[in-house]
Design a protein around this ligand. Structure first.
Ligand SMILES: [Zn+2]
Length: 155
């Protein structure tokens, strides 16, 4: 995913297909990314590596990334963890960082319910202190952790 910053309002966002008016410059729009959850029931597909294609499509990511659920393979700079479709996203995170220490960005993607259930977002949709600690640790190392809610977008 490509990140850009609006020269008018200073907002940094991921580029996508949704046209959003700039709050500062009304003649300008942001083409912002919008995630959607594919119609895949989580119950029957937990840890199923065969659903990574549609899951990645829902966040505008192609191949050439690491994906959970997914088939282990070579390491890539970007990793996506779909929290509704794995048994333990924290275990996926630690596996990714130990097997692929050169990972630059980790995206935690999920429904509001799934993100809350796994202690990533609070009931109010803010990142938990646990996740804030991981985010801070990542940025200290020049890496990024990004949380994407299907309901609320990039958090
Ligand atoms: Zn703007």
């Amino acid at each position: 995913m490509i990140e850009t910053t609006c020269p008018h309002c200073g907002k940094t966002y991921f580029v996508g297909q949704k046209s959003v008016p700039c709050p500062v410059e009304p003649h300008s729009t942001h083409d912002e990314f919008e995630a959607y959850q594919p119609d895949i029931p989580a119950d029957n597909n937990l840890d199923n590596p065969n659903i990574s294609g549609p899951l990645l499509g829902g966040v505008g990511a192609g191949t050439g990334v690491n994906c959970y659920p997914g088939t282990p393979g070579s390491c890539h700079p970007d990793a996506y963890i779909f929290v509704d479709y794995v048994s333990d996203p924290w275990d996926c995170l630690s596996r990714q960082m130990s097997v692929c220490p050169n990972t630059q960005r980790v995206f935690l993607v999920g429904s509001h319910y799934g993100l809350n259930y796994h202690g990533i977002l609070t009931a109010k949709g803010k990142v938990t202190s646990k996740i804030q600690g991981v985010k801070d640790g990542f940025s200290y190392c020049g890496k990024k952790m990004i949380v994407i809610s299907y309901r609320d977008g990039v958090i």
